[in-house]
Design a protein around this ligand. Structure first.
Ligand SMILES: [Zn+2]
Length: 317
């Protein structure tokens, strides 16, 4: 047998324990970072986020037809102003994750986020697919995106959400290298946690997401694909209300990922308004940007007592 055959990856059922355990341990959920009470004595934290992708989804795929780009333009032209108006009426802060190309196409919108008291955070350069990039390209695009948002607004973002929540083998190192305080791309818990790499705590806070709490899977469609969305907006609102109610009972976090070009349509935004009415009918609710939530979660990192490990935290150092 030629020697290079020995280097071919074996089938997964042939992997030795060191291989499957090594993959699992590379990026793992560590301590759960849920304080006994949220700031102001609140029993639940509500963190709304909007990914202002706009035209970058078709651009990323090299789809340059005016028809496809117009779907993204809707997010900037109709969706985002409507969302900002709704947030202002309810006095609710939010986090806007914006690809740098989107911010360069709509610089006034990017600046208006921070001017209105919201948070602007990194969401890649052109909504690139990290899983398809080499380490150097992924790092260069992430650094360029960070620099671009910093220059546009005069404020350096502290948080990042990877485009499409793609997380490559290099992503964690790049985040740590560029000094981010938190990531919001992983799904290992309902509550914030510290990311652990090969058993070592990294100090990086994860504010987890999930497709359940994302508008895109319920409402978007591919014109030439066979799948059509069938969700009634108010049915989706019911799912999110149940998510909030359980977070309220648990004393945890209710986090939502929305898109101006998706939720910003008239018949869907009504669901967000009704959800804010439902949340507003509760006492002791803390609305926070992801950065503020990260700060509150980090207070648990300073607490060195082993009182709040995640249920399945790794036992080895
Ligand atoms: Zn996105």
């Amino acid at each position: 047998m030629p020697s290079e055959d020995l280097d071919l990856p074996a089938e997964s059922w042939q992997w030795p324990e060191s291989t499957w355990r090594g993959h699992v341990d590379s990026v793992r959920a560590g301590r759960r970072l849920t304080p006994d009470r949220w700031p102001g004595g609140a029993r639940v934290a509500v963190a709304l986020s909007f990914d202002s992708d706009h035209e970058t989804i078709p651009l990323r795929d090299g789809e340059t037809s005016p028809g496809r780009l117009a779907q993204g333009e809707y997010g900037a032209r109709a969706g985002a102003p409507r969302i900002l108006d709704l947030l202002a009426r309810y006095s609710v802060p939010a986090t806007f994750f914006m690809p740098a190309v989107s911010a360069l196409l709509h610089p006034e919108e990017a600046r208006s986020y921070t001017r209105d008291g919201h948070e602007l955070a990194v969401h890649g350069w052109i909504h690139e697919r990290n899983m398809l990039l080499g380490r150097d390209d992924e790092r260069e695009l992430t650094a360029r995106a960070l620099d671009t948002l910093t220059t546009l607004t005069g404020q350096r973002p502290v948080g990042i959400r990877t485009p499409s929540w793609d997380f490559s083998e290099s992503t964690l190192d790049i985040m740590l290298d560029l000094g981010f305080a938190y990531d919001s791309s992983l799904m290992a818990d309902d509550e914030p946690y510290e990311i652990v790499a090969h058993g070592r705590p990294t100090g990086l806070v994860e504010i987890p997401v999930d497709w359940i709490r994302d508008d895109a899977p319920y409402f978007t469609m591919d014109r030439y694909g066979s799948v059509r969305p069938h969700s009634r907006p108010r049915d989706v609102g019911e799912i999110w209300r149940d998510e909030f109610d359980a977070a309220y009972r648990d004393g945890g976090v209710f986090q939502l990922t929305l898109h101006p070009h998706v939720i910003g349509h008239r018949s869907r935004l009504v669901v967000l308004r009704e959800l804010l009415d439902h949340i507003g009918s509760h006492r002791d609710v803390w609305f926070a940007t992801h950065a503020q939530l990260c700060d509150a979660a980090r207070t648990c990192l300073d607490d060195t007592s082993p009182s709040s490990p995640a249920p399945d935290a790794p036992e080895h150092p």
